[in-house]
Design a protein around this ligand. Sequence first.
Ligand code: PLP
Length: 361
Amino acid sequence: MARVYNFSAGPSMLPEEVLKQAADEMLDYQGSGQSVMEMSHRSKVYDKIIKDAEADLREIMNIPDNYKVLFLQGGASTQFAMIPMNLMTKNGKADFVITGQWAKKAYEEAARYGDAKAVASSKDKTFSYIPKVEKSDFRPDADYVHICLNNTIYGTKWNILPDTGDVPLVADISSNILSEPIDVSKFGVLFAGAQKNVACAGVTIVIIREDLIGNAMDITPTMLNYKIHADSDSLYNTPPCYAIYIAGLTFKWIKKMGGLEAMKELNEKKAKLLYDFLDSSKLFKGTVVPEDRSLMNVPFVTGDEELDAKFVKESTAAGFVNLKGHRSVGGMRASIYNAMPYEGVEKLVEFMKKFEAENSK
Ligand SMILES: *Cc1c(COP(=O)(O)O)cnc(C)c1O
C-alpha cells in the first residue's frame, strides 16, 4: 500500500500511528467486544474515552482550571453563530479583524445578532498580511473581539496578539490548534474544527472561560447554548463519539512526541525548509509577507497560471496531492499540519527544485 503525501487544508493527514491504532481497535475496542462507533455514549467504557481526551487536551495545552473544554458538533462555522448568541449579550457589540474568509464569515454571522464592527481588514492586498491594530481601534464596551489566529486560506498567522484591554479575545484556531503552545489565559474563547490538525471531521473543540458561560440570548437554541453543554460535560446529547476518540488518540500521540514545544520545533523546521526554498527560488514565490507567515498553510505561486496548473498536475502524479491553491488565491498551497512528516516537505522541495530546473527559460 502506497500512502501519498497529502497537503490538503482539511480534512487532512492524520498521524499514521493514530490510524493504525484505530484500525487495530476497529472491531474490538480494548476487550469491550465492540467498535467505538457502536458504543453507548453513556457507557463506562466510552466515558473513559471522552474524559481521557479532555484530560490529555488540558495537559497538552496547559488549560487553566477556570476554562471549560467542550466537544461539540456543527464545525467551526457553527461557532460563528454560537459565540455572538452567548457572548454578545452585555452591550450587544463585537469587534472583528478581517484577515480572510473565515473572519469575514464570523463577522457577517455575528451582524445578524447585534452590532458587529470590522475594525481592520487586509483585503486591500488579498489578505497577504495581518493588519496592525491598536487597543484604541477596539470599542472598550465591545462584548468581545474576534480574530482568526491562523488564516488557512491565505497562509497568515497572528504572531503578536492584539491588545484588547479588558475585552475578551475570541480566536478561531481551527488550522493551528496543537501546532505550538498557546497561552490560553489570554483568551476568552478558543475554538477549532477537528479536521485540520486533530481528528476526522465531526467534533469541534471549544475552550471557554467560565465567566463567559450562562449569558445566552433568550432566542438561543438549546443546542447552541454553552451552558447546556458545559453543565453536562459535553454529554447533553449524543456527542460525535468516534471523532472524539480519534482526537484522544492524537492527543496521546502529541504527548508521546514531546508535547507542543516539540511540535512547534518540528513545525518550524518543516516550514523553514519550504519558505527558505520559496525565498531562494526564481520560479516559485510565497504570497505572504515574511513576518506574518503561517507555520501550517503555505500558499505559493509561479506567477503564470498555466505553469501553476502544470505543477499541480505533475506533483499529483508524483504522489504530492491536494496542492492546488484555494479558488480565491489561485496558485498552490501546501498545508503542513502536525501529521505531515519532515520527510514529506523535504521530498516536496526536491520535487519543486526539479520542476524549476525543467521549466526555467
Ligand atoms: C476550516 C476552517 C473553518 C471552517 O470549519 P468547519 O468545521 O468546516 O465549519 C473555520 N475557520 C478556519 C480558520 C478554518 O480553517
